[in-house]
Design a binder for this molecule. Structure first.
Ligand SMILES: Cc1cc2nc3c(=O)[nH]c(=O)nc-3n(C[C@H](O)[C@H](O)[C@H](O)COP(=O)(O)O)c2cc1C
Length: 206
């Protein structure tokens, strides 16, 4: 089964700019790739790693004790979900100049002995799209040096062999939330982000 894995982070529901863009991305992706299914993973319920889960994740699967196999169950499920995806879209807010902690918890589960030490790297050939929303401007201008989110996202996926990643940048969202700026105004960060979707949605694993 071929599927688009949507990793979603925002808790703001219909108010969320990253989720709105995720939905527009999905619509365009499915129009271009009919028959592909959608699989959703929200990061909010993913707990921080306990010690036993941490050790299990760092242990090669063949060497795991039965207790470690059990402790690795969620890590394994999340990893398999990534390994078998035809494309991945990760939509996230910026929180305190970096990733929301639940997105970090997701990365802490999917980067493990199973995904890290592979002949064929885990993310090789899987198109990844990052949709990033932030209250202020961080994707361009002299504030980019304070952006610790995008560099972390790139580091995490390229360490797992990603060779095809793109960004859809929605910033600043403060004037949109405050209704000082319409989302379709020429200077809107949302409008700019919408224009970044078509080339990103065209990609699928070959
Ligand atoms: C705890 C918290 C921390 C935040 N930190 C930042 C930040 O460092 N920089 C920024 O530009 N916006 C920050 N924001 C604002 C969000 O990035 C912004 O509201 C974004 O649009 C949320 O994504 P969403 O619209 O998809 O829900 C923060 C919001 C919260 C709740």
């Amino acid at each position: 089964m071929s599927y688009l894995l949507r990793v979603s982070v925002s808790l703001r529901g219909e108010k969320s700019w990253s989720l709105k863009l995720r939905d527009e991305f999905t619509e365009q992706f499915l129009a271009l790739h009919p028959g592909v299914e959608v699989r959703d993973r929200h990061t909010f319920p993913i707990p921080h790693l306990s010690l036993v889960e941490m050790v299990a994740g760092q242990t090669r699967v063949a060497d795991q004790t039965p207790e470690q196999v059990a402790a690795f169950a969620l890590g394994n499920e999340l990893s398999e979900e990534v390994l078998n995806a035809s494309a991945i879209v990760i939509s996230t807010p910026m929180n305190n100049w970096g990733p929301p902690s639940s997105l970090k918890a997701w990365f802490d589960r999917i980067i493990n002995a199973k995904t890290y030490y592979r002949e064929i790297p885990a993310f090789k050939g899987i198109p990844i799209t990052f949709i990033v929303a932030s209250g202020g401007i961080f994707s361009f201008s002299d504030t980019t040096k304070h952006d610790h989110l995008r560099p972390l996202l790139v580091e995490c996926v390229t360490r797992l062999g990603a060779d095809d990643y793109m960004f859809v940048n929605c910033d600043p969202t403060i004037p949109l939330d405050a209704k000082e700026l319409a989302s379709d105004a020429p200077e809107s960060g949302y409008l700019r982000a919408q224009r970044e979707i078509p080339p990103a949605a065209a990609r699928i694993r070959q």
